[in-house]
Design a protein around this ligand. Structure first.
Ligand code: ZN
Length: 242
């Protein structure tokens, strides 16, 4: 079976639909979501509904938490905070209900799932470099940990007590003796200088994981955001993936 893991949709319906179409083409049968359904983008309720209908597991991201009023947004940058306030006033009762089934962490097969880091799921830390990876490898027991949050896809791998390695490869064949932390990137707001939506497909029998990029028409999303008065900085960045 093929399973898709996706994260950081951020209310971007066009990117989400492009990813779902792509997953269908790749014969994906199951979906799991790693958090941040909302924040930044123009279609929070549509995205929450699709994410929930589709996914077996849904995790919270920090923007979901913030939109539900469960955390202080004073550390958010001003654009993110403005988008959160807009999301708070536009989030439907139905969406708020759907969020009640979200979790902080989960486990599928030998894969641990968390939005930020396995070490401190509730702190919303970022897992960006080898030092972060070294700190977090002992924090989960499974062979693989999948994360989102930074919007930058990257693979860390570690064999026994040897130092962890960083890889920008988009394909991983799970090997005996190795463990992995993989950031699956963002569907709705990529930040690795590539505007295409990012997600991951796990081919279970082959023990093969691959990061996928999918083009979508971000000008549609940008137009919606401009019309709703969302910050220009937030829709300009969709064109460049930053
Ligand atoms: Zn995010």
């Amino acid at each position: 079976m093929r399973i898709a893991f996706f994260s950081d949709v951020h209310s971007n319906l066009e990117a989400l639909q492009a990813v779902l179409d792509d997953a269908k083409e790749h014969k994906v049968e199951k979906f799991h979501f790693l958090g941040d359904a909302v924040g930044y983008g123009p279609d929070p309720n549509e995205c929450v509904k699709i994410v929930c209908d589709l996914s077996e597991i849904c995790l919270y991201g920090n923007h979901d938490y913030a939109a539900l009023g469960l955390m202080d947004i004073s550390y958010f940058n001003p654009y993110a905070a403005e988008a959160i306030r807009w999301t708070q006033s536009n989030l439907s009762t139905e969406s708020k209900e759907l969020f009640k089934d979200f979790k902080m962490t989960a486990k599928v097969d030998d894969i641990f799932l968390v939005h930020g880091t396995p070490g401190n799921p509730e702190e919303w830390d970022y897992l960006l470099d080898l030092a972060d990876a070294e700190y977090n490898f002992p924090a989960f027991e499974e062979k693989v940990c999948l994360v989102g949050h930074s919007h930058v896809p990257v693979v860390f791998k570690k064999k026994g007590e040897e130092r962890a390695l960083l890889s920008r490869e988009v394909e991983v064949f799970l090997e005996d003796d190795w463990r992995y932390i993989i950031n699956i990137g963002s569907v709705g707001q990529p930040r690795d200088n590539d505007p295409r939506a990012s997600y991951l497909i796990y081919d279970q029998p082959e023990k093969h994981l691959f990061l996928k990029r999918v083009e979508y028409d971000f000008t549609v999303t940008q137009k919606k955001m401009a019309e709703l008065g969302l910050p220009k900085y937030l829709y300009d960045r969709l064109a460049v993936g930053r």
